[in-house]
Write a protein that binds this ligand. Structure first.
Ligand SMILES: Cc1cc2nc3c(=O)[nH]c(=O)nc-3n(C[C@H](O)[C@H](O)[C@H](O)COP(=O)(O)O)c2cc1C
Length: 183
């Protein structure tokens, strides 16, 4: 059964952002609504916004002031039913945990009227750090959902080889989380 809605996906600067188009394609098998991808500047250095635009209905980066009148944290919060962040970097989790708003993605987390779903993606060492776990706990205390990464093999772009560590969700796991929230 298909489901709809207006979905906002925040994409921050993990190498795994290069796989986001796969998740967007998987979503289309069940999702009949609209998808906006909100990319941080760092995310656009891993994957050009133009490539993301081939898979999303709309891509927002916040980098061009001529777009600010229509694409800002307030309009994005108003126009969407659900905000998920995939991949969520340690940096983005940290900013969101302290109510920081250094970019459009984190400002929109503050503006969004309902809890945000974060999918952290980072190395085992980063994910295990007390500071990162503290930030995840703070976000949970504030009512947000942090989806704990599963542990398994994944290709690490920083090392250039497969490692065992926290893995991003599979596309079906991502689709079922979105469906759980939007159905
Ligand atoms: C090759 C490479 C891969 C990276 N992968 C990750 C990652 O998976 N998770 C993470 O938290 N940070 C990762 N980083 C670090 C982030 O890109 C960096 O913290 C950046 O400032 C994040 O910005 P943003 O949160 O505004 O997108 C990586 C950096 C490089 C150079």
């Amino acid at each position: 059964m298909t489901f709809g809605g207006n979905l906002l996906i925040g994409a921050s600067g993990s190498g795994a952002v290069a796989f986001l188009p796969m998740f967007l394609s998987a979503l289309r098998t069940e999702f009949s609504g609209s998808v906006t991808v909100l990319m941080t500047h760092s995310a656009t250095t891993f994957l050009p916004a133009s490539t993301m635009g081939l898979f999303a209905d709309r891509v927002v980066t916040g980098g061009d002031p001529t777009t600010w009148a229509r694409s800002n944290h307030v309009t994005l919060a108003e126009e969407h039913d659900l905000f998920v962040v995939l991949p969520a970097t340690a940096n983005t989790l940290a900013a969101a945990a302290i109510g920081g708003a250094p970019n459009l993605l984190t400002t929109t987390v503050l503006e969004f009227p309902t809890p945000v779903v974060f999918f952290p993606v980072m190395s085992a060492q980063m994910w295990a750090k007390p500071s990162v776990q503290r930030n995840a706990a703070l976000l949970r205390e504030d009512g947000h959902e942090i989806v704990n990464p599963a542990v398994g093999p994944r290709y690490d772009v920083a090392l250039g080889r497969f490692v065992t560590g926290p893995t991003p969700p599979t596309p079906p796991q991502f689709v079922s989380k979105v469906a759980e929230r939007l159905r």
